[in-house]
Ligand binder design. Structure first.
Ligand SMILES: Cc1cc2nc3c(=O)[nH]c(=O)nc-3n(C[C@H](O)[C@H](O)[C@H](O)COP(=O)(O)OP(=O)(O)OC[C@H]3O[C@@H](n4cnc5c(N)ncnc54)[C@H](O)[C@@H]3O)c2cc1C
Length: 238
């Protein structure tokens, strides 16, 4: 454990400073991290960072980055059950935090698609915002973010042109229902699927059953109701 801590310490950036905190909805918060460790950062949309928010490292997806000015915005879901969520809930301007990365997580297509589909939960807002920026204006954008009715305002507040899918009893049900009712456009499409692990896998199966090309699916379980080991096991199957 001590050896692992020392490896983490060596890879951590110098602390970035919280310079903005914006509540997009009751449980969705945008936090801007600024300062020398963000200046000149090499970042591509879809990259992740690992935040040392609390005793462990947790993955997050920068939503918007200005490497010249030296800031990045991260959208946190304040789920209330873990150290990173607790850190984000308590964060105030002037707080500091170290991070590792950015590193590749979700890729963006080299060829411009005719349409792009985003499906995920609150943890996907940052990824969707970042990847949207890479799409040509000609690409049709569709998709839904599963969240509670209280948090639906986070999507327009962050300027994300995706539908809210109000969470039912089980994670993923609302997204599967949205997908079942949605006609996918014609032409070459791409889909980004992220969020709760079992939901992501169910959405992937549903899209394959609808005839989507496996190579056009960008899939990443972000967390699991059944714990980190389950999430990692599913990720290995991809
Ligand atoms: C590549 C990648 C990118 C990610 N990007 C983002 C991002 O931009 N924004 C974001 O908010 N999250 C993001 N996540 C998800 C985030 O890393 C997890 O939610 C993480 O578990 C949060 O850590 P924690 O310390 O708060 O909770 P943990 O200590 O990991 O978990 C504690 C408990 O909370 C539960 N839990 C964890 N996450 C959630 C959740 N989202 N909803 C409900 N219960 C939960 C767990 O099942 C567990 O029971 C990303 C994950 C990955 C792998």
């Amino acid at each position: 454990m001590a050896a692992l801590k020392s490896v983490i310490q060596k890879r951590l950036s110098s602390p970035a400073t919280v310079t903005e905190v914006e509540d997009l909805s009751p449980r969705v918060r945008r936090i801007r991290l600024s300062g020398p460790p963000v200046k000149g950062i090499r970042w591509r949309p879809g990259d992740k960072i690992k935040l040392a928010a609390g005793p462990r490292l947790r993955s997050y997806t920068p939503a918007r980055v200005d490497a010249t000015a030296g800031w990045m915005d991260v959208v946190f879901f304040l789920h209330g059950g873990g150290a990173a969520s607790a850190w984000a809930s308590a964060a105030e301007v002037g707080d500091t935090v170290g991070f590792i990365g950015p590193a590749r997580s979700m890729s963006v297509p080299e060829a411009a698609p005719d349409w792009a589909l985003f499906l995920g939960d609150e943890t996907t807002i940052g990824l969707a915002a970042a990847c949207l920026e890479t799409l040509p204006e000609t690409a049709a954008v569709l998709g839904a973010i599963e969240l509670s009715a209280d948090d639906a305002g986070a999507l327009p507040a962050f300027g994300l042109p995706l539908r809210p899918a109000i969470r039912a009893e089980r994670h993923g049900e609302a997204l599967l229902a949205w997908l079942a009712e949605t006609t996918l456009p014609s032409g070459q499409g791409i889909a980004w699927l992220s969020g709760e692990a079992d939901s992501v896998m169910a959405l992937k199966s549903a899209l394959l059953a609808r005839g989507m090309d496996r190579a056009a699916l960008k899939v990443k379980p972000y967390w699991s109701t059944r714990g980190h080991a389950h999430r990692k096991a599913l990720q290995k199957q991809l």
